[in-house]
Design a protein around this ligand. Structure first.
Ligand code: PFF
Length: 462
């Protein structure tokens, strides 16, 4: 079977960084930082990225490149037993759930992009809050935006790895950086912006609470696209020359810088107009439109342009991430359901386009439930949370750490050390100075800490 691959080194980095950089950085990270007291949360977050994120990424890369197949098959190949395929399958299911709720929020961003162009969110604070409530709890409009976003993603993914994913990432990622820098500069030039910068950079440890560790851990995994088999799927398109450790460090670095820049874009502007940024998930939909209107020295047109650029940035960032989530399932359905010789699916011959459609339809169904649970249909809840909130919590704080934990156990303890060393050093052609540290991290530090944090947070460990 013909498999695609990334054509260039920069294509690998931009596409994988495109997966990592998304609403996790610009929507989730700032509101979590706002709720958890600012710089102290960021410090713990960075620690999680270095200690668990980078080793976890390298491990998923190793599984993917070694198997050169969709996630389920790649885990089966490296694990040497078909039971390991389950890790890839659970990863693919996790990514479908994420894509389902993520598309809802991405759809909100599309609505806000159009509303900021046509002046729909201009008004006082009460009007902006009401606008979000009325829009997000509508049964039709946000649901249609969510579905549109999945279909847009579908269009890119069905064109394949090099012509779809790589081309679009190479185009969108530089645009994203330019927009980000413009908005950060504009925000930091506001009078009174220093308070926001201080909030981000000066830790106040008295603000730390019990939940912060699991939240930082979940955020690190979510932001690095770790634990869903996404990195494993992308790595299956890497070449034998790709330096896995270096790529993981570069991508984690880009991702963390973008998250901090997103903070620098939001908090200085918010503090400069005296708005408290601890309102949670609605931060960018309720607080920010107010901030955009009040800030920028009363020059209305600048606030207008910055708001449009901001929501355009969110849409672009979200798209490069949804593409990567979609690819996990598309590769899985395509490779597992095409020209199989035996088994229950032996009569099927699914093309890449067909695989993409199966993935899109499943995600659209999840997206509809998530969107309606925001108020369109009453009492659409799970464990006292809206389905959207439940999907977010369940994936980021349970499924992703679990996926990363199992991958570390597999790579650290089951796979022969020679296979891991060969992948890490590109078959002895690059230096292996960090290999022992990496192996120690995946064998001991990552699994023990992930389990400890999960147990501590659930109260089983006091
Ligand atoms: N890393 C993405 C973000 O920060 O928005 C979210 C994500 C992408 C999660 C791909 C999982 C995934 F497989």
């Amino acid at each position: 079977m013909e498999r695609g691959n990334f054509g260039t080194k920069i294509g690998v980095i931009l596409a994988t960084a495109g997966s990592a950089v998304g609403l996790g950085n610009i929507w989730r990270f700032p509101y979590m930082t706002g709720q958890n007291g600012g710089a102290a949360f960021i410090l713990i977050y960075i620690l999680c990225v270095i200690m668990f994120g980078i080793p976890g990424m390298v491990s998923e890369f190793i599984v993917g490149r070694h198997g050169a197949a969709n996630a389920a098959r790649a885990y089966k190949i490296i694990g040497g037993h078909k039971a390991w395929a389950l890790v890839g399958i659970v990863g693919a299911i996790t990514s479908m759930i994420i894509l389902g709720f993520y598309a809802v929020v991405a759809g909100w961003c599309m609505q806000y992009l159009f509303a900021s162009i046509f002046g729909g969110i201009n008004g006082d604070a009460a009007y902006v809050a009401e606008y979000f409530k009325t829009f997000s709890s509508d049964a039709i409009k946000p649901t249609l935006w969510g579905i549109t976003f999945i279909l847009l993603t579908h269009l890119v993914v069905q064109n394949g790895v090099r012509n779809g994913i790589e081309k679009v990432s190479n185009l969108l990622m530089p645009c994203l950086f330019i927009l980000l820098i413009i908005i950060v500069i504009a925000a930091c030039l506001q009078p009174g912006a220093e308070k926001g910068i201080e909030f981000l950079l000066k830790p106040d440890f008295s603000k730390l609470n019990r939940n912060i560790f699991l939240e930082a851990l979940g955020q690190a995994f979510f932001s690095l696209s770790l634990g869903t088999a996404c990195l494993c799927t992308y790595a299956s398109y890497f070449s034998r020359q790709t330096n896995l450790m270096k790529s993981a460090a570069q991508i984690a670095g880009i991702d963390t810088i973008v998250a901090i820049l997103a903070g620098l874009m939001i908090f200085p502007a918010a503090f400069s107009v005296g708005v408290n940024p601890d309102c949670g998930p609605s931060l960018i939909f309720i607080t920010l439109p107010n901030v955009f209107q009040q800030a920028f020295g009363g020059v209305h047109i600048i606030g207008y342009i910055i708001a449009i650029l901001f929501y355009a940035l969110l849409v672009l960032a979200a798209l490069t991430s949804t593409i990567s989530m979609h690819e996990i399932g598309t590769a899985f359905f395509f490779e597992e359901l095409s020209r199989k010789k035996k088994g229950i699916f032996s009569h099927m011959n699914v093309s890449r386009k067909g695989g993409a459609w199966i993935e899109s339809i499943i995600c659209i169904i999840i997206c509809i439930f998530c969107s309606l649970s925001m108020g369109g249909v009453k009492n659409l809840t799970l464990f006292n949370m809206s389905i959207l909130d439940f999907c977010d919590f369940f994936t980021a704080q349970i499924l992703l750490p679990l996926g990363a934990f199992v991958t570390c156990i597999l790579v650290g303890w089951y796979v022969p050390k020679k296979v891991i060393r060969d992948e890490f050093t590109n078959w002895g052609t690059i230096r292996s100075t960090l290999f022992d540290i990496y192996l120690f991290a995946v064998r001991f530090i990552c699994p023990i800490c992930i389990i400890a944090i999960e147990l501590y947070q659930t109260g089983l460990l006091k």
